[in-house]
Design a binder for this molecule. Structure first.
Ligand SMILES: [Zn+2]
Length: 422
């Protein structure tokens, strides 16, 4: 009897979520629970929970010993809590109403680009085009088209012959809006800041910026599903809700691809890395663009993500093997971390991603380091540490921009001192 009621509720929920038209999904009274997973058994049981309860995991289920956030709809709060108690999983509600968080981190006045609110793709791209038209030290081009045919735009800033370059990558994960907001904030500082130190950095280094690697997913998060992570290509698999879309593009780069931590069996998950590497047009375009520059020109590659406040270094595919200059990279990451914390106290933890997170391959930073031989690469996980998570309020965008600007200045100066640009 209980199971029947549960199934009816599940069907009703699925029907509500697949209503026709491009109306954004709503999350009134959906809670976010934070779970502390201590054992492998708890992890294995948690992975099976979707067979009984409709949940949305906000973090990839990796190793025990970590906290994981999960969204649970109002119909399932009681059965979810009972299940957690049965599994002896420590859990607490960290958000009572997800829709309120989404509303507080939505697009405000979108009439022109600034960093007080989040913006749509059109406004971000209009701003890129305007800056390109206004400054002859910017070279702007479309590096490729997304699966649905949207432009992937790039900006190269170069004021001096013979500079080495720093590459900034934004919004490969659709729902991480703070990523493109921060990358465009940094680009705006490099172009327009009157701070002498920023002016020096834009003089002495070339900067190559791709603010939006995943335009299809980004538009989808604005129009349909705020929680979307992957791109939007139908991936050839189906589950009980229909066709499965998208690849986690930061699992699609070809360096020690596959292996430990690989969720190849779950093609409908938010973290599916593809049937093989380099399957996604967006990733191939990005790789070709990086490879179009002469070897040794790009000396640093930084991919901006949310959330957790980390500077994640190579490698992702192992927690026992480390890059040849790992100690050097840690010193450079430490400079970022110290300087960023000085601004508003945000602490960034740094180290190999395989150690700090969990072992998983296919990320841009590992490809940039391992295949392209770029000597300092990282994934920067921006604010926060889980209070707002992917739904960082609009009124924190400028603060994030300022702390990352401070971190970046220190990082570049330390990398210079360490000989990264020699
Ligand atoms: Zn991400």
């Amino acid at each position: 009897m209980k199971l029947t009621i549960l199934l009816i509720a599940l069907v009703a929920m699925a029907a509500a979520k697949s209503a026709p038209g491009r109306m954004a999904a709503r999350y009134h009274n959906f809670r976010i629970y934070q779970l502390t997973i201590e054992t492998n058994w708890q992890m294995e049981e948690l992975k099976k929970i979707h067979e009984h309860i409709s949940v949305h995991f906000l973090n990839e289920l990796g190793a025990p010993g970590h906290k994981y956030n999960v969204i649970v709809g109002p119909l399932f709060h009681r059965v979810f809590e009972k299940t957690m108690n049965l599994l002896e999983i420590v859990h607490k509600v960290i958000v009572e109403d997800l829709q309120k968080l989404i509303d507080d981190s939505s697009v405000g006045d979108d009439s022109k680009m600034e960093w007080e609110t989040y913006h749509t793709l059109d406004t971000i791209y209009d701003w890129v085009d305007q800056e390109c038209a206004a400054h002859d030290f910017l070279e702007c081009k479309v590096i490729g088209k997304s699966f649905e045919g949207r432009d992937i735009k790039s900006v190269k800033l170069s004021k001096r012959e013979g500079n080495k370059a720093i590459f900034l990558e934004g919004n490969i994960h659709a729902m991480e809006w703070i990523s493109s907001a921060t990358v465009t904030f940094l680009l705006n500082q490099l172009i327009n800041s009157e701070d002498p130190e920023m002016q020096r950095l834009s003089e002495e280094y070339d900067w190559i910026v791709v603010p939006m690697v995943n335009p299809d997913g980004f538009v989808y998060t604005h129009e349909v599903e705020r929680l979307w992570r992957k791109n939007r290509r139908p991936n050839g698999h189906r589950n009980e809700t229909g066709d499965c879309f998208g690849i986690d593009m930061n699992r699609n780069f070809d360096y020690h691809w596959g292996g430990a931590g690989w969720n190849i069996d779950e093609p409908c998950d938010h973290w599916f890395g593809g049937a093989e590497p380099n399957t996604e047009i967006e990733i191939v375009s990005l790789q070709n663009f990086v490879s179009s520059f002469e070897d040794g020109y790009i000396r640093s590659y930084m991919a901006y993500h949310a959330y957790g406040q980390y500077v994640l270094l190579p490698y992702g595919h192992s927690n026992t093997e480390f890059p040849p200059n790992y100690e050097q990279m840690k010193r450079i990451a430490a400079a970022f971390s110290d300087a960023a914390a000085d601004v508003y106290g945000s602490a960034f933890t740094y180290g190999a991603s395989g150690l700090l997170n969990y072992v998983v391959s296919g990320a841009a930073k590992d490809w940039a380091y391992g295949v392209k031989n770029i000597p300092f690469t990282c994934t920067v996980e921006l604010r926060d540490k889980g209070t707002f998570g992917f739904f960082l309020p609009s009124n924190q965008i400028t603060e994030v921009g300022l702390e990352v600007t401070a971190g970046l200045k220190a990082l570049v100066n330390k990398a210079q001192e360490e000989g990264i640009f020699d």
